[in-house]
Design a protein around this ligand. Structure first.
Ligand SMILES: *Cc1c(COP(=O)(O)O)cnc(C)c1O
Length: 367
């Protein structure tokens, strides 16, 4: 390393993001339930669009994403002029930090908040600040107490990952209202579609000048590998993000496949109804087995064990059966396993293995 060449402050403090594991050495039949992916994959319309788009690989993509923005605007009843599309919602989060936070500024999020908030804040040279949660749920009073005149951004995922809990729109409004004037509230709606009747915070964006919403195609739409997300905010924020993003940040492929997925009503409704049914079944079953969960509003459940050792041992039992879930120590919940809601066979397999594991724990305790 050259003594004179140094990265910007904060960058080497970033702990590298660890994605959900996707394979078990020596096992062909491993089932990945560690990244909140749609168990049915992408829909038929998205796949067909992907093949069609191969004819346009030599063309540069649109720089303004007008067609996808128009489709999003029509689908969710939003002004397309205030939508900005990115390489996953991760890119929108990164651009928000780049645009609004730097050295000396604070980026606030809650205790078990998404890891990308911290990473993006540090990448921008800003200081991450964590507010405690109450019973694994966002605590508006704690966030308001932690906000200072240096706070530039406040990130809330609602529903949150990895807890699956959420707070009602009135609480989000109270947070937006109570923040210092210099702070922008970002509502991460990665799981908003899973909550019937919830707009992801769009109404609050409309009502205020200090609220932005982010959304993604990675979860409900089954397109995590495609990398498309978007943001909706006041014009002044969208104007900043459009200046920061690359003009060709999204490929033809990303744009047309995302747009096709948005129109695949059959895939969307099947994914939603199966998720709701199996999530609640899995949650109830785990509770019966002595493994409590909070009521999840997303496409995963957070299983709470007695302690870290028990969670680690159960994780090993699941791995031994070819099931990959996520132990969420990096989110401050080392005694918990986050389990993506798979298809029916997957959920039954998870419940079966955890049931057998808990039985060995009971026998062990009785000895
Ligand atoms: C999965 C997830 C995202 C989505 O990330 P993409 O970059 O759009 O794939 C954003 N926020 C949270 C809380 C998530 O869990």
């Amino acid at each position: 390393m050259s003594a004179g060449i140094r990265p910007q402050p904060g960058i080497m403090d970033i702990a590298l993001y660890q994605g959900g594991a996707s394979a078990i050495a020596g096992r062909e039949d491993a089932l990945k339930l560690s990244s909140n992916e749609n168990p049915f994959g992408a829909g038929d319309l998205a796949r067909a669009a992907y093949l069609r788009a191969s004819h346009d690989l030599h063309r540069y993509p649109s720089t303004d994403h007008a067609s996808l923005r128009a489709a999003l605007g029509a689908q969710f009843g939003l002004d397309p002029g205030r939508i900005v599309c990115g390489v996953g919602s991760d890119e929108i989060i990164t651009l928000l930090c780049q645009g609004y936070a730097g050295p000396g500024d604070e980026v606030l999020y809650s205790q078990h908040g998404f890891l990308m908030y911290r990473i993006s804040a540090q990448a921008a040279g800003a200081t991450p600040v964590v507010a405690p949660e109450c019973e694994r749920t966002t605590d508006v009073d704690a966030l308001l107490a932690a906000a200072t005149e240096r706070t530039r951004l406040v990130f809330i995922a609602n529903p949150n990952n990895p807890t699956g809990t959420m707070i009602p729109p009135e609480e989000l409004a109270r947070l937006a209202e109570g923040l210092p004037e210099t702070a922008l509230l970002v509502l991460d709606g990665a799981y908003a579609e899973f909550v019937a009747g919830y707009d992801g915070g769009a109404a609050l964006v409309e009502a205020r000048a200090n609220v932005v919403m982010t959304r993604t195609f990675s979860k409900l739409y089954g397109l995590g590998g495609l990398r498309v997300g978007w943001g909706y905010g006041p014009q002044h924020v969208v104007d900043v993000l459009n200046r920061l993003r690359g003009p060709f940040n999204l490929s033809n492929m990303q744009l047309v496949v995302a747009e096709a997925a948005l129109g695949d009503a059959a895939h969307i409704s099947r994914s939603l109804s199966e998720n709701a049914r199996l999530r609640d079944w899995l949650s109830d079953r785990l509770t019966e087995l002595g493994v409590p969960t909070d009521r999840s509003h997303a496409n995963f459940v957070l299983a709470r064990f007695r302690d870290t050792d028990q969670a680690t041992a159960c994780n090993e039992a699941l791995l031994a059966d070819g099931l990959i879930v996520r132990q969420v120590g990096s989110y401050g919940l080392p005694h918990c396993l986050r389990i993506t809601v798979g298809d029916e066979a997957a959920c039954r397999r998870v419940a079966h293995v955890i049931g057998a594991f808990m039985e060995t724990q009971r026998l062990g305790a009785a000895e």
